[in-house]
Design a protein around this ligand. Sequence first.
Ligand code: ADP
Length: 612
Amino acid sequence: MEKSLQSRRKAFLFGHLSIQQRLPLFICILLLIVVTAFSCVSYIEVKNASMAAARERVTTLADKLTLMFKGSVDQYVDTLGKVANNKDVKEFIKSGSVGAHARSLELFQTFFKKDTTNKLLQILDRSKNTVIRLGDNSLDLKLNIDSMPMSAINVANMGGAGRFVLYKGSMYYPVGAAVIDSNKVIGYVVDWKLLRGTKQSVEQLGQLLGANGRLFFGNDDNSFWTNMVQPVAKPSVALARLQQVAEYTRQSGGPVVGSVRKIPDSRWLILVEFSSRTFLETANVYLRWVTIIGIVLVVAGSFGGWMLSRSMTAPIDELGRAASAIADGDYSAVAQVRRKDEVGQLAESFNIMAARVRQAQQGLEQKVEETEKELQTAITGINDQKENEKKKDEFISIASHELKTPLTTIKAFFQLAVKEMQPEFKTFSLIHRASRQLTRMERLIEDLLDVSKINSGKMQYDLEDFDFQQALKEAVDSVQQIFPDHSLVIEHSASVIVHGDRHRIEQVIINLLNNAVKYSPGADKVLIRSELVGGHLMVTIEDFGIGIDEQHIGELFDRFYRVNSDRHFQGLGLGLFISSEIIKRHGGSIKVESEPGKGSAFTFELPVTMLN
Ligand code: ADP
């Protein structure tokens, strides 16, 4: 859920795009939003203003044209009224005299002929019966005089224009005037006129109105509408709405703005109509310009954004290039950014950091070189040391072998001499001491021989099951004989059978006992314990001598290692090395616990075959 939210946020913020692409895109979108919003709002404003102007124009024109056409109607009625109110006409209507009839007829004919649009003239008496009829007799135009407006045109005349009538494809309208005698209507004169506008005249009228305006005439009962050339469809909205201004659609001409007025003194309506498109043209032109300017702005803005982001990201790219070069091991790489802004500072810090890395790297390389040299020297040293050790081992091996044979002969000679010589002889004690020194020498050579055997892996072990208790006792007794001034006390002796080389194990015990005595110049007691612990035999030889400092304990079992190399304690530093090797070969271990000035306790541990 969290992940998908993150990825959605990422996608929204163009996380997958580079910074260089993101900034211009962001500016482009921002400008698009601003330009679109501004264009829409201002277009709506301009459109509303245009439509308001259209409504204003329609209203004004409708009002003016109403007055104009009222004037025309009044003029018609006035002209007709003058004829109608002729004294001969009045006399004829009142008396029906033949003379008045003839004169009236002549008057009417003269009037009738003056205008070719006059098609039928009817004179009605008081009872609204036609008494004279002039003009086209085939015109069967039904007249309802009551539907004619009889408005007071001026002091002398009353009358008005009646509704349009379509008859055999032509349009007619009646203009009527009352015949008044002594303030009483005694008859009517009705002039049926042909409505005959030409296309040209209609177009001229349109041009006069301007802005593709059109003018329609209609009956006040909305039964008929014409553009003065032919009948036209009714407006598609209710008349009540048209009395103000209404917007609607004309089937043939798209959206229009129109307004209707009643022409006084007539049963006519006029409708002034303007095509909305004409007025919206301004708004559309405005929109077109705003769109063009908007596109230019978006393109320029995006380009500017791209340039800006390029100038911002170029140094970052340069930094990245330098960083990758350093990552690839080229520590001489430098970010070439010459700017004083934040990125410039970053680049400067980066270059300082790179210089430090370079220094550190060089330092490290130098150190590695030195260490390598030291290592090489050390290796050479070790090799030399190994070589020396090898030579030493070879020498020890040869020397000990070569010394052993003459020593054995000398020892045999001295033993014979001691046997043969009387103890009273002065030289006896000297020979006896020399013989003891020979035994010591023999032990030293034995040790050297053992070391070379261990080194060459040729140490032989005669393995057998032996009684450890007995072996321990014999070893202790033999050492006790040599050192009668010390008392070697077996505190506890476990009775077990050990599988191993009895002679070598005894050698270990004797070694440890010799050391215990040797390094106890101020004490005369050595304690010996052997016990079974957890199925293992633990043998401890404890003395109360000089003890060993802790720092030496780790190396005590190494070859030729001696804590006190002074002449006071003689030795080669081999006894503990040989002993620990023997114990290890028997699957055991050896350790020491010691305190300087108090004494030492050496313990070796051996696996036990069985209890005795
Ligand atoms: P060394 O011939 O010198 O006795 P060892 O290998 O037997 O050689 O002993 C090594 C060293 O350990 C001796 O030089 C001595 O300093 C020390 N050491 C051995 N046993 C004892 C002990 N019981 N008390 C004190 N020091 C001892």
